[in-house]
Write a protein that binds this ligand. Structure first.
Ligand code: C5P
Length: 401
């Protein structure tokens, strides 16, 4: 983070005291910090504490003529590499989602041309309120990044999501953002993840063992690199990365429709384990097990191939990446798949039960392109995501970018 600078907006919440720790964490890592304290923020921490820790003048009032003549709010919001809002109160989220600019903090947020990372902190009911959730969805759609909130006991005595992420977590998210260089800023990414479920009747379905972990990690990494990311996910048990737009689907056909609704995209990474077939008819009532009756035969129909469909699409993603989960001849099958599907890269991995890849946290992948094969060592799925996002940035921005 050395040489980078953050404009930290401290909103009015009890978690504001943790922002002092965040300033220290950033300064220790060599990152410069300018701070804006909202009016409400000054009720929780003093400008003097913030100035002492940041080593910089603290901005508090939009209409201070001296501040404006030294550094106007527009320049202030653009001279940083990243804007961080911590704590991001329900009010600050609502203001930015609605485009309001009636104080220095909200004006800086609206005037900036830099990415914004928010660390929400509020009472659990405020966080769960449909209005806040609407604002969250709108902000994510606009490309705002999020860290937290975490679950836990809150200052108000209630329990649940709403606790601000810890300063170390926020600093790590900022570090991750800078490590990715924000190189995918302004680009749109689409990721599919998880299995699909194909109904037999209202209570039964056909699915597979995909956990969605790899796809979620890729979506997270693309979003952290600055891409406006849509994650189309089948039913999985993991929490969505906070900075992506999540479209939850059940069947392959729903997944295809959701993907098409997310076009155009500069990059698409299809990690979902889409069911190749579905029961031709999904019955409206449960199949009964009548004594002595024959076991029912299920007639199957082929599902659309989402990857191949996007490859032929009028709005074909600029860089289209498929996955190949194989149990043998991994690279050879991937090379054949590259041609068959009409995509640009195939990320191939061995999912034989002995590898523990399905459902596990680690993966060993091979990047297969028309130009050759890159064998990556075994690493965490999150690391595969980060490295793939960097590799994608190399491809779309050029190595030197
Ligand atoms: O043909 P196979 O299922 O091995 O291909 C894997 C790749 O194709 C993955 O990227 C997967 O997400 C994608 N796929 C798809 N739609 C299907 C089947 C696979 O998008 N119906």
């Amino acid at each position: 983070m050395r040489g980078k600078s953050v404009l930290l907006i401290i909103g009015g919440g009890i978690a504001a005291y943790k922002s002092l720790e965040l300033i220290r964490a950033l300064k220790t890592r060599g990152c410069g910090v300018h701070a804006i304290l909202t009016q409400a923020g000054t009720e929780f921490v003093t400008p003097l504490s913030v100035a002492s820790l940041s080593g910089e003048k603290v901005f508090t009032d939009l209409f201070s003529l001296t501040d404006e003549s030294e550094m106007g709010h527009i320049e202030l919001s653009r001279s940083a590499d990243l804007l961080v809002v911590a704590p991001a109160t329900a009010d600050l989220m609502a203001k930015l989602a609605g485009g309001l600019a009636n104080d220095l903090a909200s004006t800086a947020l609206l005037a900036t041309d830099k990415p914004v990372l928010m660390a929400p902190a509020m009472n659990v009911r405020m966080w769960n309120h449909p209005a806040t959730q609407r604002n969250l969805a709108a902000l994510k759609k606009d490309g705002v990044l999020f860290v937290g909130p975490n679950d836990g006991e809150m200052a108000c005595g209630e329990f649940g999501p709403g606790r601000m992420a810890e300063p170390a977590e926020i600093a790590a998210a900022i570090e991750k953002y800078f490590a990715s260089g924000g190189r995918l800023n302004g680009l749109r990414a689409l990721v599919t993840a998880g299995p699909t479920q194909e109904p037999i009747d209202p209570v039964r379905f056909i699915a597979n063992r995909s956990s969605g972990k790899q796809g979620y990690a890729i979506a997270d990494a693309l979003a952290r690199a600055g891409a406006e990311t849509t994650l189309v996910s089948g039913p999985v048990d993991i929490a969505a990365p906070t900075s992506v737009r999540l479209l939850k689907v059940t069947t392959a056909r729903e997944m295809l429709a959701a993907c098409e609704s997310a076009l155009p995209a500069d990059v698409a990474v299809m990690t979902a384990a889409v069911a190749d077939w579905r029961p031709e008819v999904a019955l409206n009532s449960k199949i009964k097990k009548d004594a002595g009756a024959k076991a029912p035969a299920i007639q199957m129909a082929e599902n659309p191939d989402i990857l191949a469909t996007l490859a032929r699409h009028a709005q074909r993603p600029g860089l289209l990446i498929g996955f190949a989960a194989e149990t043998e001849n991994v690279v050879a099958y991937a090379q054949a798949k590259l041609k068959k599907k009409g995509c640009d890269w195939i990320v191939a991995n061995d999912v034989s039960p002995a590898t523990g890849v399905m459902g596990g946290d680690r993966n060993t992948v091979h990047i297969v392109t028309a130009g050759g094969v890159e064998d990556w060592p075994e690493m965490q799925k999150s690391e595969v995501g980060t490295r793939l996002a960097a590799r994608i940035a190399d491809a779309v921005r050029g190595k030197a970018a």
